[in-house]
Design a protein around this ligand. Structure first.
Ligand code: EPZ
Length: 426
């Protein structure tokens, strides 16, 4: 639980490693047969610990030293993981492709993750079937086994973890595999780089990738370094712009935020980019935007809830078309409690300009809506905003309160026992 007061964010913030690039890194290491997987620049957030628990349940173990995580996989077996653990995250689903590749069999419960609408895994199943694995869907989950008999996977829709799984399971093939309609998110590109580092060859075309796993080099140990988290970076850029502040984000890959930067500029924010830094300078009123949230390189759905808040400060109506998770509107219901005028029409979120007010209790129901409610609390007029279930932010943002406090956010956090541990509340 946290109380936030109107604040202006100013200063510098260091971006952590990418949460969603960690899962395919684990998958790549298992697939490559490595006994030890070292992953540098790992953000120590809750979803990562859940993934490490999954590794333990499979028989492996791990060590954490600063932001370096070492995973030992020698004793890993393709056994069924506890449903309760598995359903706490989404990223763990890459274990399916990784185990199938390394052992020729895998059995996973249906995964969970943030409640942001339907999240089926039919495309992951399709990928395994397309390759000729035997696949059984039980009430409990999905079981796959056998050898690769075919070499073409064709996705009906673009899916990030589905593409990651397809790549991982293809590494078992004794010849080239072709994947069409694949997702191009930077985290997928990173998986390709992890595997290229150890000899797997990829040919990337506009709509398909061809994987040649035959040149894979068997490794005792592999090491990967995670890219900066583009969603954390985008969250800080949007937060700074929303609070009319000026923030320099450090350790980023600006190319991964191209559309976000373009949209912030189009709205009227000032942006300065250098090699691995972006500085944003906000203002009180923005030009309205039309945003399409879709797969990369389009605007990331994981930043849709955050920019919804900023667009309350537009001169006139803004529209966001949410094409990935049309039901990702948890934040809209909470923002309305603060006085926001936002309509939902099909997959469109229509945002009317207007002030929002604190003195309200709102609930964070998923990771990115928690981030959006923080921004709302930072721009709300009057009394502080009380965010229930704020802790969900720890699933994906490393040291979030420490970082926003350094930037000047005014808040206090109430621990379960009622102790206030951040005494900077104005
Ligand atoms: C990844 O989820 C991310 N998670 C999500 O980040 C992100 O929101 C999402 O990609 C979209 O960018 C991880 O990488 C761990 P999808 P994923 O499969 O892979 C439909 C965050 O906040 N679909 O690309 O689960 C699906 O319903 C999280 O960090 C099927 O229909 O997303 C959605 O409409 C939240 N069948 C669309 O595809 C399938 O088999 C894209 O989902 C798979 C997906």
């Amino acid at each position: 639980m946290v109380y936030l007061s109107k604040s202006i964010l100013r200063g510098e913030v260091e971006i952590s490693g990418s949460k969603n690039a960690f899962f395919p890194a684990v998958g790549a290491g298992i697939t490559l047969g490595a006994k030890k997987i070292t992953i540098k620049n790992t953000p120590l957030v809750r979803d990562i610990y859940v993934m490490l628990k999954i590794i333990e349940e499979l028989g492996g173990n791990f060590e954490i030293e600063g932001n370096k995580v070492s995973i030992y996989t020698e004793k890993i077996e393709p056994k069924l993981i506890d449903q309760e653990t598995f359903s706490r995250i989404r990223g763990g689903v890459v274990i399916f492709g990784a185990l199938l590749s390394r052992f020729g069999k895998a059995y996973i419960p249906y995964p969970g993750g943030c409640k942001i609408g339907k999240r089926p895994i039919d495309q992951h199943v399709k990928a395994a079937k397309d390759l000729g694995f035997y696949v059984e869907e039980t009430e409990y989950g999905v079981k796959a086994y056998g050898e690769i008999k075919k070499n073409k996977i064709s996705f009906d829709i673009k899916t990030v973890t589905g593409t990651e799984n397809a790549i991982l399971m293809s590494i078992r093939s004794s010849k080239e595999v072709e994947i069409t309609n694949y997702a191009k998110e930077p985290e997928v590109q990173e998986l390709i780089k992890y595997l290229e580092k150890y000899g797997v060859r990829f040919i990337k075309e506009e709509d398909k990738i061809i994987i040649d796993p035959t040149s894979k080099e068997e490794q005792e140990e592999v090491e990967f370094e995670l890219i900066p988290d583009r969603i954390e970076a985008g969250t800080f850029l949007i937060s700074a712009a929303s609070t009319e502040g000026r923030v320099r984000i450090k350790n980023v890959i600006p190319e991964h935020l191209e559309i976000v930067i373009q949209k912030l500029k189009e709205a009227g924010a000032k942006i300065h980019i250098s090699q691995s830094e972006i500085e944003v300078e906000g203002k009180p009123i923005y030009d309205p935007l039309y945003i399409v949230a879709d797969s990369y390189p389009d605007f990331a759905t994981d930043l849709q809830p955050q920019i919804t808040v900023m667009l309350l400060k537009s001169k006139s109506k803004s529209v966001i078309e949410e094409r990935v998770f049309p039901e990702r509107v948890n934040h809209v219901f909470e923002l309305r409690k603060m006085g926001a005028q936002i309509d939902i029409s099909g997959n469109k979120i229509i945002i009317y300009p207007g002030k929002i007010y604190g003195g309200t209790s709102v609930e964070a129901k998923d990771l990115r809506s928690a981030a959006s409610l923080v921004i709302a609390g930072l721009i709300a007029e009057g009394a502080p905003t009380f965010i229930r279930n704020f802790e969900i932010i720890e699933r994906g943002y490393e040291k979030f309160l420490v970082k926003i406090q350094k930037l000047g956010a005014k808040f206090y956090k109430e621990l379960k026992e009622g102790i206030k541990d951040v005494p900077n509340f104005a």
